[in-house]
Design a protein around this ligand. Sequence first.
Ligand SMILES: [Mg+2]
Length: 382
Amino acid sequence: MKITRLVTYHAAPRWLFLKIETDEGIVGWGEPVIEGRARTVDAAVHELSAYLIGKDPARINDLWQTMYRGGFYRGGAILMSAIAGIDQALWDIKGKALGVPVYQLLGGLVRDRMKTYRWVGGDRPADLVEQVHRYRALGFDTFKFNGTEEMQLLDSPRRVDAAIAKVAALRDAFGDSIDFGVDFHGRVGAPMARVLLKELEPYRPLFVEEPVLPEQAEYYPRLAAATSIPLAAGERMYSRFEFKQVLANGGLSLLQPDLSHAGGLTECLKIAAMAEAYDVALAPHCPLGPVALAACLQLDFVSHNAVLQEQSIGIHYNQGADLLDYVLNKDDFHCDHGSIAALPKPGLGVEIDEERLRHAHENPPDWRNPIWRHSDGSVAEW
Ligand SMILES: [Mg+2]
């Protein structure tokens, strides 16, 4: 079998789909994207296609190494996201060619179902109680929301109180019948992270995500030493070489590699195995589309340390299309009490509605994250 062509589709809300075609008619799908820079990743995918056209798609390991090591300059959000989507599509082809789901090629299932959680509250956390009520009725019991809005490096106790009040209201309304993670989203610097973690402790979140930016990863062990709340991070780390450092330094309890950012399934399998050796749990980051989620699920179902899966149904970013809009086998993604069963179809397990994607591509999205500013006019982390 030989790779013949790479086709990309931009589609609402902010996604990029890749189809890899072969001379035997089997095609594979991937989602090579970094949110807000879809066109840059698209260009990188087509640049990398020179290494792929005419090659045997079965040699995923060699193609991955060629894409990664074949460039003298490597790594980073753009290139690793391009490799990630290509890698997903290659696994999809391999599974389809052999007629089995990818998890069968990776040693088989370690669990029967995978627990997922729902996003609530939007960019600026609001209406948490009302939204949790709604999703509880659908069987979900685990949630995530943004912990704060803009937060200065040193900020007022009023800001802290406003953030804590929202969490307190959730515990008031639902007691211990729900679990939730709180995402600081890199909006909080080290001085205020210490304050917020202390105040959050009585409400017992499952985890606090990106308590500080990954650029300040040296604070993860220091913050972990000062709180009993498990700390999570990983969506802005792009290879096992970056994860190596944070695992060795300690502090994180939960790793959140993104299957569309960190080199795809091939790389994230290795990251998951490294985490397992450090007794660190796994919750793949996935506010993206259905191919990214399918790739995450393949990893979850073969990784003993996978504990939670993010998914984007109804997420605040999904304007113009939702998770399953471009999917034909929607039933396979059914969440029963918040959990998804192993996807039964060969390959990654997602059947893409290409006609619908073609249509979406005619009106390509131009999603960018908002630029936030503090009250003094300076740029704030979003
Ligand atoms: Mg996050």
